[in-house]
Design a protein around this ligand. Structure first.
Ligand SMILES: Cc1cc2nc3c(=O)[nH]c(=O)nc-3n(C[C@H](O)[C@H](O)[C@H](O)COP(=O)(O)OP(=O)(O)OC[C@H]3O[C@@H](n4cnc5c(N)ncnc54)[C@H](O)[C@@H]3O)c2cc1C
Length: 406
């Protein structure tokens, strides 16, 4: 059995650490912050069993122009971000062609299909039941024609992947959700999906399980990773560490860390924002407000409103346009109170243009493992890709491994 150091204590790093530990390896995690305090904190908290296809990039000019002009709330594209992301965006565009997307979807569907089961065993072992709702994910439609169209495409998607789907009229939805103050055209409910009322706390509880099983978590910023005769040296704030094997699970920070070893990993940095509001009552499940591209979810801190993607420069200042628009739309359906102080956040979905995470052995370095690029569904997929990585490390994986390989 080997000695592993996992870089990153998000859902992906913690998921990998737990799986490697279960295989009998000695595992430490290092993170500059506490477990689950970055992207794995800021998300919408949905364990998305229904997300059987990754997000493709629209390929028609009209939609792309709308993104560029800020006319679409689900996605916004700052034209001045284009030069810095050109390689990643061009590859994303290429991979998003229907036939290529369909090929990727086959692998994506396979890993997403097992996500709730993989979370399920950790939830049980960690005693995290109180943070979990097994009540599905909803999509609310205000415009009748959008609801009709989505009912049809949703039914096709459900049949194709064996998913449970209910379609509700606006009146039926209001019976299930007394907190609604207005009646939309209707809603789709994806019954197989789960959600957490505090995504960061779920990662924290998984991390505590890892520690209870003998794992170590170190809090320190990693500056440099250097290959040695026996494995790896990690320079960090306050000294250095040695480890036989390294796992890079740094989410959006992975490409920057790997550049020092000569890897140029193109990543599409899809920024997202959230804020919390006080609200009378609770929602039974999270909802995508489909006409407005935001997800609303009752969390322990209040109603969390989470935006879609904003493609911008890494250090660009916050642009709250999507959040402002989404909050106004939510306010037409729900009795929102005041914003919860100091609860606004933004972070980045670490999206690889190929639309599958990179899970496996680094191409040019021994004892270096990649586990990043989980894009829109890293909260869902962390435990699953952790299991897959542990299987690859122990030489127990077949076809899917090739698709995920770095
Ligand atoms: C707005 C939004 C909504 C989303 N909604 C959902 C959802 O509903 N469902 C879903 O499945 N996914 C969702 N996602 C995606 C999901 O949140 C991410 O894919 C996932 O959190 C990525 O996890 P990670 O562990 O790879 O990265 P992170 O959680 O970001 O973890 C990386 C860790 O690396 C650490 N780190 C970075 N650099 C260093 C360094 N130099 N030294 C030490 N540590 C370092 C960071 O502190 C961090 O803890 C959403 C994302 C966003 C932005």
């Amino acid at each position: 059995m080997a000695d592993f150091l996992v870089l990153g204590a998000g859902m992906v790093g913690v998921g990998a650490a737990l799986a490697l530990q279960t295989q009998g390896h000695t595992v430490r995690i290092i993170d500059k912050r506490g477990p689950g305090e970055e992207t794995s904190h800021g998300n919408a908290g949905v364990i998305q069993s229904e997300a059987r296809a990754p997000y493709a990039m629209p390929r028609d000019l009209f939609t792309l122009i709308r993104y560029g002009l800020g006319r679409s709330n689900d996605m916004r594209l700052d034209p001045w971000a284009l030069p810095g992301s050109a390689r990643a965006l061009l590859e994303y565009y290429y991979k998003s062609a229907p036939a290529r997307h369909a090929a990727v979807t086959r692998h994506y569907a396979e890993i997403v299909a097992r996500a709730t089961e993989d979370h399920g065993s950790l939830i049980a072992d960690a005693g995290a039941e109180t943070l979990i709702r097994r009540t599905g994910l909803g999509e609310i439609y205000v415009r009748e024609e959008d609801f009709d169209a989505r009912r049809q495409s949703g039914a096709k998607q459900a049949a194709e992947h064996g998913l449970k789907l209910r379609c509700l009229s606006g009146a039926e939805l209001r019976v299930e959700e007394p907190a609604l103050t207005n009646t939309p055209s209707g809603a789709l409910i994806w019954e197989d999906s789960w959600s957490s009322s505090d995504p960061a706390a779920l990662v924290r509880i998984y991390a505590a399980l890892f520690q209870a099983r003998g794992g170590t978590i170190l809090q320190s910023e990693v500056r440099k990773i250097i290959q040695t005769a026996t494995g790896w040296r990690v320079d960090r704030d306050g000294g250095h560490l040695s480890a036989e094997h390294l796992v890079v699970a740094l989410g959006p920070w992975s490409p920057a860390m790997l550049r020092q070893l000569g890897y140029r990993v193109p990543m599409v940095m899809k920024r997202g924002y959230h804020d919390h509001y006080e609200m009378q009552g609770q929602l039974a499940r999270p909802y995508l407000l489909a006409d407005h591209g935001v997800v609303v979810s009752s969390m322990l801190r209040g109603l969390r409103i989470t935006t879609g993607a904003h493609l911008t420069r890494t250090n660009a200042p916050r642009n709250l346009a999507q959040l402002t628009h989404g909050s106004a739309a939510a306010g037409k359906l729900l009795a929102l109170g005041s914003a919860v102080p100091n609860s606004q956040w933004h972070g980045v979905r670490p999206c690889l243009p190929r639309m599958l995470p990179m899970v496996g052995k680094a191409p040019r370095h021994d004892k270096l493992w990649f586990n990043f690029g989980h894009g829109h569904q890293g909260f869902t997929l962390g435990p699953t890709t952790g299991e897959i990585l542990a299987e690859i490390v122990d030489g127990r994986r077949d076809a899917l491994t090739k698709a995920l390989a770095p």
